[in-house]
Design a protein around this ligand. Sequence first.
Ligand code: ADQ
Length: 490
Amino acid sequence: MNSPLSSKLIVASNRLPINISRDKEGRWVSGGMSSGGLVAALSGIPRDSFIWLGWAGCVVPPHDEPEVTSLLEAEGCVPVFLSDKIAKDHYNGFSNGILWPLFHYQTEDIEFNDEYYSAYSSANQAFADAIERIYEPGDLIWIHDMHLMLLPRMLRKQLHPADAKLHIGFFLHIPFPTSEVFHVLPWKRELLRGVLDSDLIGFHTYDYASHFLRTCTHVLGMETRPQGVLVQDRLAAVGVFPIGIEPHKFEEKLETVQVQDRIKELEVTFAGKKLIIGIDRLDYIKGIPHRLLGYEAFLRDNPESRGKVVLLQVAVPSRTDVPEYKKLKREIEQLVGRINGTYGNLLENYAPVQYLFRSIDFSELTALYTVADVCFVTSLRDGMNLVSLEYIVCQGAKVNAKDGPGVLILSEFAGASGSLIAGSIVVNPWNTDALSDAVRVALSMDVEGRRSKHDLLYKYATKYTASFWGASFIGELRKFMPLQPGSLPT
Ligand code: ADQ
């Protein structure tokens, strides 16, 4: 692919943002954007300023590869083709089955399977080969997330090893755990060495960055500086880049007639009741059962609130073929049933929990964020958590209204809590009584208290946006000059 720019930015992530499928005639067609944290995050970088390289999300027979390549090329994407087995073992097996739980401190049921690691390595190699086909000296390469931790090293070896212009950035969207937890991984050295061939390694928080630095010392015996890790005669720089959202996308959507009409409908639906929302991918890291238990305790402890409060939980189906996710879905359904069975009221047509197991479109999401009195985030671990920022921005529309803005209840285990601590009610999701109390406090806070808290949050969310995040990371990566021996920072 020829770029009109003298140097181009190549973004590599496991999945491309476009879903593809076959139509009735068997032709491949693009099925629109997929949703999720990474797609939302990269929405801050102008789409025509980079080439997005990734797996197309389904198995493409080799004779269809040229057709799919040109379909996606028209959208600024370059597909990486993986066999069914490699794709499954790399994505479900190693990434979602081993790295995801480990990095989120859920080590108990992990099956450390060599075959999965071998598929992970093959998939990373397929990415390296695909990048090699489009790379030209001077290009910047920005690699995303846990699925591609071996890729920086593969590229460093494969692409012009002596090319001083080769700039590789790596960003981890999930937490980096403490070294004791990372130590459990049988392939810990390979993964760390893989990432360390980047010029710049980015994390959401200082904690994750310092866990990474300490792990490099513990596992590889490497010398570190606050700025990064010494790798022979160069520095693999480590930086903190908390991700954000694009506030104007929500604010513009909010002004549309469609969303305004929907807000009015929802206000009628929930008239006389306080609305709490939970918006998540259905994932065990999001702590949905903990949230439900906290809400159940609130209904138990505050009988006067029964009939007057609704928790609307929207869970997007995610990784539905992984057994842990099926189990979690059942657990949530049971809890919803129990709470509605105990505190629901047929005569008043009252169900304290409304539960939707589906993705909702952007208009509906914006309307819900605006109408809700409380956003309840109870992640057990979460790299950042964009939902909290999206809620804050949509509540901006209510600041001057009589009732004022709503309240964010935020888990201390979400990366976002470090930045949002002053304006939210920060909770420990394992402390059910504290969750119950947080709901009570949020629902009884006076309007001035809510306005001043929201003011702090809104200032943060509109300053540290996704564009700011993308531009800061790319700016640092562009600046990066390989250090000369003897010029390493002390
Ligand atoms: P995720 O785990 O996907 O992201 P999060 O940061 O909350 O989590 O982003 C989820 C995105 O999906 C949000 O933009 C949200 O609006 C959207 N979404 C959620 N539920 C939805 C629904 N029911 N319908 C439609 N859209 C929905 C990963 C990490 C996070 C990190 C991000 C970005 O796990 O910790 O913040 O990447 O780095």
